[in-house]
Design a protein around this ligand. Structure first.
Ligand code: ADP
Ligand code: MG
Length: 396
């Protein structure tokens, strides 16, 4: 993979950077600016090198239409604060205003193009349409730096097609992500444990199937655990259940046994009488969930069990919260896993948008984890062993 240094002297050059600024918003307030901070090393380097920096990014799912609700204005403001210099936001992506803003850039200044997904060609399945947008983007710059790790698994104009139009390189974030994640996917130090949670099994089927031949231990919590418990023949009350996945999950239980993978399911559950922050809670055994209750977190015995499995591992990858951590009453399982990871000696990687947000929200020091990935889908696809188009296109 080519790095920024391979692009040579960048003074006075227009550098087009793809960043991942898809941050959670409450109105126009950014509730977690982790992704913006993660983009700083590359942007600060380019500023220092005297480049004219043009950043492109997306926010939310505007579905190819201009929609002020998804404007990058709050991001431009926050990015300016973090860089200590104003960032001008173009009113469009490749139109007149983008051209004007880019032409007015001085060496070491940064501009942001408006939400790239306002243009339907960005995510088009039609390669010719994507290439047309990529060509228009290429006219705004001399070189391209790919640093939006959260989107490198997407074959999109600003991620993939653009890299074929300009001299290209990976930014520091992409480099760091790939380096950390390959330590997990290629020859992990063993025991190698993967902790999976989150809402749906169906989101993570691919990764589970793949991990059954790679990991030594698979700890399953979160909403997906109930489909596993159902596959073992237990009833799960009102808990999240994907009935159409039960047969597939039964196959996973068999494959895990065949491969000698230790598949660890919750042994107790923190239930609630309704889906609410102030619900009445009760700890029950995992094989005795009452019909009228729903599991919203792993129970205390499971927290200890998972923590002990993590403590005795050399490599741990974690994706997906153990419970509905957004409600404090059901954040304990997620907190216990985060604590075990941050205190353990294992090489630890946290992936997944909600998992990374949970770690910060629960007040953990990010530096006590080996790596917190900024990409949910991208990190999962790497764990699955897939080749990511946005990375493959940067190979020399
Ligand atoms: P990530 O973004 O880290 O990959 P997911 O998007 O798969 O994670 O899942 C995160 C969501 O899963 C959170 O909003 C959390 O509330 C939800 N969740 C976790 N456990 C449960 C549960 N037992 N019941 C319902 N939802 C759950
Ligand atoms: Mg998520």
């Amino acid at each position: 993979m080519k790095n920024i240094e391979s692009l040579g002297d960048l003074r006075g050059k227009r550098v087009l950077v793809r960043s991942d600024f898809n941050v959670p918003l409450d109105g126009d307030r950014i509730t977690d600016d982790g992704r913006i901070k993660a983009a700083l090393p590359t942007l600060q380097h380019l500023v220092k090198a005297g480049a004219k920096v043009v950043v492109m990014a997306h926010l939310g799912r505007p579905k190819g239409q201009v929609n002020p609700e998804y404007s990058l204005a709050p991001v431009a403001k926050r990015l300016g604060e973090l860089l200590g210099a104003p960032v001008s936001l173009a009113k469009d992506t490749v139109g007149e205003d983008a051209k004007r803003v880019v032409s007015e850039l001085e060496d070491g200044q940064v501009a942001l193009l408006e939400n790239i997904r306002f243009d339907p060609r960005e995510t088009s399945k039609d390669e010719a349409e994507r290439q047309e947008l990529a060509s228009e983007l290429a006219e705004l710059a001399d070189v391209y730096v790919s640093d939006g790790f959260g989107v490198v698994h997407r074959k999109q104009a600003s991620v993939y097609d653009i890299a074929k139009k300009l001299p290209s390189a990976a930014g520091y974030l992409v480099e760091k992500e790939i380096k950390s994640l390959s330590r997990v996917t290629e020859n992990p130090e063993r025991p190698y444990t993967v902790v999976l949670g989150g809402s749906k099994v169906s989101d993570k089927l691919g990764v589970i199937a793949n991990l059954l031949s790679k990991a030594d231990r698979l700890l399953i919590g979160g909403g997906m655990a109930y489909t596993f418990l159902a596959a073992k023949g237990y009833t799960v009350g009102q808990s999240l259940l994907e009935e159409d996945q039960i047969e597939i999950v039964k196959g996973y239980l068999e494959k895990a046994a065949e491969n000698g993978v230790e598949l660890v399911l919750p042994i107790d559950i923190l239930t609630a009488d309704r889906f609410a922050a102030d619900a009445t809670t009760k700890v029950v055994a995992a094989d005795a969930i009452p019909d009228d209750l729903m599991g919203l977190d792993i129970g205390p015995a499971t927290r200890e069990l998972f923590a002990s499995k993590i403590a005795t591992s050399k490599t741990v990858a974690w994706n997906g919260p153990m419970g509905v951590f957004e409600f404090d009453a059901f954040a304990g399982g997620t907190r216990a896993v985060a604590k075990a990871l941050s205190e353990g000696d294992a090489f630890s990687v946290v992936g997944g948008g909600d998992s990374a947000a949970a770690v910060r929200l629960l007040g953990f020091d990010e530096n006590t984890f080996s790596h917190i990935s900024t990409g949910g889908g991208a990190s999962l696809e790497l764990l699955e062993g897939k080749t990511l188009p946005g990375i493959a296109v940067l190979e020399d």
